[in-house]
Ligand binder design. Sequence first.
Ligand code: CP
Length: 332
Amino acid sequence: MNNFLSTSDLSRDQLEKLIAEAMNFKNRAITAKPLAGKSIALVFFNPSLRTRASMQVGIYELGGNPVILEPGGTSWTLEHRDGVVMDGNKTEHLKEFVRVLERYVSAIGVRTFAELKDWEIERTDPVLAAFETYASIPIINLESAMHHPCQSLADMMTIREKLGPERKKVLMTWAWHPKPLPMAVPNSFALATAQLGHDLRITHPKGYELDEELLDQIERVADQSGGSVEITNDPDEAFNDVEVVYAKSWGGSQFYGNLDADIAYRLPLRDQWIVDEQKMARTRDGIFMHCLPVRRNVIVTDAVIDSARSVVIDEAENRLHVQKAILASLMA
Ligand code: CP
């Protein structure tokens, strides 16, 4: 493994090995310090609780030193586009930023959200791609415009931990949120679920379709892994008989650049697209998952997220263990 950018760069076997390794870290069966004497840079263009804290703690527990940088905050504003005249508000180019940083550190983790301005550009993950282009050391995606593979690996570990290794019926449901959000989490969750051979049902209102090319890829890998993919626009029947409910809100790609239009379009969807006890009652004693942060009584009711079927805190803990497995593998 040279980088960790998307689970699609890894085979099912490699994903299974990372999850097994993460379980070993969680059970304290591994005490090795593969990062001893090494520093790892964590570059945050956007806010974070879980990713930042779990990476920082994970690097420390593996014997390493985390170096946190916030472009535009604690480090210079960064330009990633090639060939631009930098006479605006960007102070440093990624070409220098990455090449300087890699003289100090052994890997770079990057968080760079979609700006929801231009779908055709953002779907190519331009900032993450620039890091990959200029770096000669491993790059770890800590959530980009299109993917959040550390989260999806923790999600897959959590499903395995709670329900066992067999194929499961998994629902990913869109949920109403006052603001359009990036698609990285749903993209990566759907992809990893298909890669591990689960039966994936996706439900969202019309207008919130995932990227067509990504959906083709998800269907292809589901075929290869023995899983399946089903898409429905029914927010209630979608819950029938599933064993896992994964809630997430995201913005419609056609609204990138016009977020007010998305906000107006989604307003009537508010009451129908929340995860509540009535919907959970349709499941096969399903567990409730969300990557967090979550807006209570908007995405999910208090009754569901506070219930015994909610696994959101364990899911967040598992970020620490999978990231240790990823870091150990990248340094091996
Ligand atoms: N799930 C997740 O990535 O959380 P943070 O945004 O707090 O890092």
